[in-house]
Design a protein around this ligand. Sequence first.
Ligand code: GAR
Length: 195
Amino acid sequence: MTVKKRVAILISGRGSNMSALIEAARAPDYPAEIVGVFSNRSDAPGLAIAAAAGIPTAFRSHKDFPDRESFDAAIQAILDEWRADLVCLAGYMRIFSTGFAERWTGRMLNIHPSLLPRHKGLKPQLQALDAGDAESGCTVHWVIPDLDDGPAILQRRVPILPGDTAETLAARILAEEHIAYPQALAMVCRGEVAL
Ligand code: GAR
């Protein structure tokens, strides 16, 4: 049997993608185990969900650290404690120091609710509507030091329908995110893709 990769998840909020990864990792043949969930917000609903699933959780606030580097060093210490092989960002809304991002390059994934490279940054669903796009979707990609950038691992597409709002489009995309992220993580863990 192949050894499962030890995966830490970083969140800032709801944690529905985190939940999708936790759920997928319950399958005996899934190639990853979720070893911990970190949040930079104590009120992230995902923290309680992870704890209820029996997964170790940790929280640190950047307000308790003098700069980005020392905050990221605190995250690194937690990842070391969990002996994480890989990091999955799942709605983690804080920019990393270059050093941290470089250290995890090739071992850190993110999911973004647009067909990257289109619509990086905030409110990508609204950006897609404003641009008059006929379709949108989600992208699981490698994290490199530039925000919302790095080569795509997997994309799933959805149509943009007449009358769509940012909310209806976000919901349609989110359903695809919950399929895409577990699939992309499995591909990475099985060595089918690499940066
Ligand atoms: C998801 O839609 C994710 O793609 C997005 O935040 C949401 C988090 O939801 N991430 C980004 O926009 C990253 N730039 P979740 O907490 O329910 O997984």
